[in-house]
Write a protein that binds this ligand. Structure first.
Ligand SMILES: [Zn+2]
Length: 341
C-alpha cells in the first residue's frame, strides 16, 4: 500500500509524498501518461496515505500508509466510505449521475478519514455533462475533499477541466523495474520477464497481460531470424527465413488476428534486439542493453550487424510494423523485411 511498492515514477512519488506530508495537496490533480504504468495505483496509494490512521511526523516525508489499520484495509478492499473510485461503466462512459452523486458527497465532511478522495479512473470517458457537473465543483472545491483524475488521454477532457487540475505526467516504467516486479511478485522466470518487459513499452499491465512465454518465444524467433539473415546473401534463402517469422496456423486457438499479434510481437522483439545491436556495435558496451541476458548472443550477431546495418534494420522493422498496423498482409510484410534487413 506504500509508495515504495510502486515501480518507477520516482519524481512523481516524491512530489506527492512531500505535498501530503506538508498538507499542500491541491483540491484536484490530473494523473496523465500511458496506460498500465501505475497511475491508478498511485492514486489509491495517495488516498491511503491521506487517510491511514497512523500519526505522521511532518519531518518525515517518506512516511507511508501502514497498510494494516482499519482505514488502509478498507481502502485496499475498495470499501472505505471516504475513498470513492469511479470508472467507466460497461458501456464505456462515465455518466453525469455518477459524477453528480460523487460531487454531492464531496460537499460533506469526510465520514471517518482526514480527507475524502474521489478517484476518477479513465476520466476522459466522462460524458460532457458529467465533466460540466464536475467543473462547477472544481471552481469552488470543498475543503474536505479532493479529486484525482486519471487518464491516458487528457486532451479529451474539456480544456476548462484541464486548466483547473495541475497535471502530473507519468512516463513508462523502466525495464528493470518491470522485470523485478514480474519475477518477485508473479513468479515468472527472469528470461521470460525480461522478454515481456522489453516488449511492453514501459507498461506493467501490457507485460502482465500476454503470457510472458509468448514474449520469450517471440524473442527467440526474432533472434534466430536475425542470425539467419546476418550472412544470407541469396534472396531465396532470405525468403525462407521470412517464413519462420509468420506464425504457423494450427489448432482452434489460431486466427488471423492472433497470427498478426504473434508477428507483431516478433517484430517488436526484433526491433529491441537491433537497438541492442547498435549499442554493442557502436560502443562494445554491455551496459544499457535491454536484453542484457543475451549479451554473448549479441556479440556473435554483431559480427553480421555493424552499427550502420543495425540502425537501418531498426528503421526497416519499424516500417514493417507500421505496414502491419495498416493491415498489410503478414506474408508481404515479412518478405519485404527479409529482403531488406
Ligand atoms: Zn494505515
Amino acid at each position: 500500500m506504500g509508495f515504495t511498492s510502486i515501480r518507477g515514477h520516482q519524481a512523481v512519488r516524491r512530489l506527492l509524498q512531500r505535498a501530503v506530508t506538508h498538507d499542500r495537496l491541491p483540491p484536484c490533480l490530473l494523473f496523465t501518461g500511458p496506460g498500465g504504468v501505475g497511475k491508478r495505483l498511485t492514486a489509491v496509494t495517495l488516498a491511503a496515505r491521506i487517510n491511514c490512521e497512523s500519526r505522521f511526523d511532518r519531518e518525515n516525508e517518506s512516511a507511508e500508509a501502514c497498510g494494516a489499520c482499519g482505514a488502509c484495509e478498507r481502502i485496499g478492499r475498495g470499501v472505505h466510505p471516504d475513498v470513492i473510485l469511479i470508472a467507466p461503466e460497461e458501456a464505456g462512459a462515465i455518466k453525469v449521475d455518477t459524477i453528480r452523486a460523487a460531487v454531492a458527497q464531496a460537499g460533506y465532511r469526510p465520514f471517518e478519514g482526514r480527507r475524502r478522495v474521489v478517484i476518477i479512473d479513465e476520466a476522459d470517458r466522462m460524458v460532457d455533462q458529467a465533466q460540466n457537473a464536475l467543473l462547477k465543483t472544481l471552481e469552488e472545491p470543498p475543503s474536505g475533499s479532493m479529486f484525482l483524475l486519471v487518464t491516458a488521454r487528457p486532451h479529451q477532457l474539456l480544456a476548462t477541466i484541464r486548466s483547473r487540475c495541475p497535471a502530473l505526467r507519468f512516463g513508462g516504467v523502466p525495464v528493470d523495474d518491470i522485470v523485478d516486479l514480474l519475477v518477485t511478485e508473479h513468479g515468472i522466470t527472469r528470461a521470460a520477464a525480461r522478454a515481456a518487459a522489453v516488449a511492453s513499452d514501459g507498461s506493467v499491465s501490457v507485460a502482465l497481460e500476454a503470457e510472458s512465454d509468448e514474449y520469450l518465444e517471440a524473442r527467440d524467433s526474432a533472434a534466430a531470424a536475425l542470425q539467419a539473415l546476418a550472412c544470407a546473401r541469396d534472396p531465396k534463402q532470405r525468403l525462407e527465413t521470412a517464413k519462420t517469422l509468420v506464425p504457423e496456423r494450427r489448432g482452434k486457438k489460431s486466427s488471423p488476428a492472433a497470427d498478426r499479434e504473434t508477428l507483431r510481437r516478433r517484430l517488436r522483439a526484433m526491433a529491441a534486439l537491433l537497438r541492442d545491436l547498435q549499442l554493442v556495435a557502436a560502443e562494445g558496451a554491455s551496459s544499457g542493453l535491454a536484453h542484457a541476458d543475451l549479451e554473448s548472443d549479441m556479440r556473435a550477431l554483431a559480427r553480421g550487424f555493424d552499427a550502420a546495418r543495425s540502425r537501418q534494420g531498426f528503421a526497416t522493422v519499424d516500417r514493417a510494423l507500421n505496414a502491419l498496423s495498416r493491415n498489410a498482409s503478414p506474408k508481404v510484410v515479412v518478405d519485404w523485411l527479409a529482403l531488406r534487413l
